[in-house]
Design a binder for this molecule. Structure first.
Ligand SMILES: NC(=O)C[C@H]([NH3+])C(=O)NS(=O)(=O)OC[C@H]1O[C@@H](n2cnc3c(N)ncnc32)[C@H](O)[C@@H]1O
Ligand SMILES: [Mg+2]
Length: 429
């Protein structure tokens, strides 16, 4: 019976054949232990010299790390095994011998691992991270489909910028100048006027010369947009979504969280509602706790970490000064110098995972903003049309997938959260 490691539980005490690679192995004169992986999971294959042919035992002793093989054996229940099963090997057919596989089972430096990211992905730890990433994506689609949102795909090649013109990736579109998308938001606003509640999920690009553990050059963002939804309702959708994702990972990725050594008690706290603190109160809190910061300044990572330390779940920081936020954000009707926005700050020092706001829905005010931000009305004529023809209050947000993966997995750096990270000075592999 041919099967996969994730399915062996269906064949307890039966002989199966699995296509696999050797992740690691150890042996003595009488027994060999093969750590097998096949992409769906990991299982130990036990080769007992007295129970197999000389050829099979000789192969088990000599086979090298990351060689590929078909392994046949009897599935045994074993509560000591992480997967709950072990394989008593009866046959081995080598497919391809891997000679001098570079990532040997010892500590390796970060740059070495990054240069070998195409192989490092095979490790148990990276496998666990990619499975959690997958679950966050799966839960995203479940949450938004269950809540009446329509998936809409904004363009990657675009002629406009949503998040300022200082970190655009320029490219040519035949004879025209174009940019790689920083955010699909503006297009999602157009989609929301057509479909009510929409969400996107795709790559976005920021030519930021930031070499930090939170910044990627190419990262994936989920960008919901909702017509007839105001600032507070926007926050409620965000906390429901993030809570749903985290609880889905707790439900479906216990094995992976164990591999990562993640303290799941901290994730169990992540249920709505989330606390809210205004920018004003956050500034007061920071000043009272020794931080040199003045009203009007943006928060850096240390500030976000200090604020989040007062909470055991994500916290919204709301109502930032208009002057340090994007042109499209709607001013607070009661205070023109702050806007109806919020950043969601993850606990445990993981920082901002969501940026969102209610959008300006007034034509004249948006035109004023274009003037203030030196944005060409011609380029954004289509965006202004959304305020010209049946404008409505609307809100949305962008969740950074990789920063969310880092937080949920408890990882120090976003480089482990994406299959092939694009960082400052890293375009290989
Ligand atoms: N539809 C919207 O309202 C989204 C809005 N236009 C937007 O792009 N907001 S954001 O710039 O805060 O980015 C949103 C999130 O995108 C993530 N982000 C933002 N920049 C990065 C970089 N460089 N690397 C990794 N992740 C990043 C981070 O979690 C931010 O909170
Ligand atoms: Mg932001």
């Amino acid at each position: 019976m041919k099967t996969t490691i994730s399915q062996v539980g269906k064949y307890t005490d039966q002989e199966v054949t699995i296509g696999a690679w050797i992740a690691n192995k150890r042996s003595s004169g009488k027994i060999a232990f093969l750590q097998l992986r096949d992409g769906t999971g990991f299982i130990q294959g036990v080769v007992v010299k007295a129970e197999v042919s000389e050829e099979v035992f000789a192969t088990a002793k000599s086979i090298t790390q990351e060689s590929s093989l078909f392994v046949t054996g009897v599935v045994r229940s074993d509560e000591r095994a992480p997967s709950g099963y072990e394989l008593t090997v009866t046959g081995i057919e080598v497919i391809h011998e891997a000679v001098d596989y570079p990532i040997t089972p010892k500590e390796h430096g970060t740059e070495f691992l990054m240069d070998n990211r195409h192989l490092w992905l095979r490790s148990k730890r990276q496998h666990a991270v990619m499975k959690v990433r997958n679950e966050l994506i799966r839960a995203t689609y479940e949450f938004f489909n269950e809540n009446g949102f329509v998936k809409v795909d904004p363009p990657i090649l675009t002629g406009s910028s949503a998040e300022g013109t200082t970190n655009l990736f320029h490219t040519k579109y035949f004879d025209e100048d174009a940019y790689l998308s920083q955010s699909g938001q503006l297009y999602m606003e157009a989609a929301a006027m057509a479909l009510g509640k929409v969400f996107s999920f795709g790559p976005t690009f920021r030519a930021e010369k930031s070499k930090t553990r939170r910044h990627l050059i190419e990262f994936w963002m989920i960008e919901p947009e909702m017509a007839f939804v105001d600032h507070e309702e926007n926050l409620q959708v965000q906390e429901q979504y993030v809570s749903f994702m985290v609880q889905s990972v707790l439900k479906n990725c216990q094995l992976e969280l164990k591999v990562l050594g993640r303290d799941t008690a901290k994730l169990e706290q992540v249920v709505g509602p989330f606390p809210r603190i205004t920018y004003d109160d956050a500034i007061k809190f920071l000043q009272e706790n020794g931080h040199e910061i003045e009203w009007g300044e943006d928060f850096g990572a240390p500030h976000e970490t200090a604020i989040a330390q007062s909470f055991d779940k994500p916290v919204f920081i709301t109502h930032y000064p208009a002057a340090i936020k994007a042109f499209y954000m709607k001013p607070d009707p009661n205070r023109a110098d702050v806007v109806l926005c919020a950043d969601m700050i993850a606990p445990e020092g993981y920082g901002e995972i969501i940026g969102g706001s209610q959008r300006i829905d007034d034509m004249e005010l948006l035109q004023e903003r274009f003037q203030e931000h030196n944005l060409s009305e011609e380029t954004y004529k289509w965006y202004l049309d959304l305020r010209r023809y049946g404008s409505v209050p609307h809100s949305g947000f962008g969740l950074g997938l990789e920063r969310t993966v880092a937080w949920v997995c408890g990882l120090d750096h976003v480089r482990e959260t994406i299959p092939f990270p694009r960082l400052l000075n890293r375009l290989y592999p």
